[in-house]
Unconditional design. Sequence first.
Length: 299
Amino acid sequence: TMNNSRPEEFVLLGFADRPWLELPLFAILLITYPMAMVGNMAIILVSKLDARLHSPMYFFLTHLSFLDMCYTTSIVPQMLLNLGSAKKTISYVGCAAQLYFFHTMGGTECLLLAVMSFDRYMAICKPLHYILIMKPRICILMISTVWLTGITYASSEATATLQLPLCDLNKLDHLLCEIPVLIKAACGEKAANELTLSVVCIFMLAVPLCLILASYACIGHAVFKIKSSEGRKKAFGTCSSHLIVVFLFYGPGISMYLQPPSSISRDQPKLMALFYGVGTPVLNPFIYTLRNKEVKAAL
């Protein structure tokens, strides 16, 4: 049965059918969330305070850390509330806000990772042109474009999803409000929403990933031409850190967003949300610090 009126709240079922999972998950999130916040805040502070890190690479890394902090904050507090209490609800306004905020951060991060790969491509493959092209003004223009595109994507997709009529039940089998899950829970004709989401996500996920892989193919070719073993090691260390982050973020994102929401399995959204919403922001600071001598020295 269709229900065109907006519900006052949504019930986030999460792992209600497996209550034994809730306490361990609550404990894990309670530990990893502060770790993610402290780790990313440390990268932001050290990049700002240490003059040796005032370069385009660390300018973009600072924005990645800020994105990760906002990204995980948009979902983890709500997860902790639901896992730690019997009441597993979120207001309609809260759900809509989470929808906009979460997808703005996710879309922006997809594009930012592509910009970071372009920065590495210019530094390694076109070192003589690097200073001319990667000027502060150009970097600010690039990051502004990335943010604006992420906001536009989230605003259009979230607004279209919220217009869908809901069934009588206002229950979402998920830990948070996410576009594919809301589309799956909607009634009536939703093929157009599914198609639009797939097409937009091709541009937000598949195209940036192809550009990243093309950049790293060129980088790999250039690295093997470097005669100095120390130079090769430094270039490989910097680029491998970024590639690890790319695969950690894009892998779950592609498995979740580049298929019709109706074909998503029951537990897939929950596991993917935990992975790219919590796992990646926690791991990013460790990946960039443990494999980067400059950041370790600055710390």
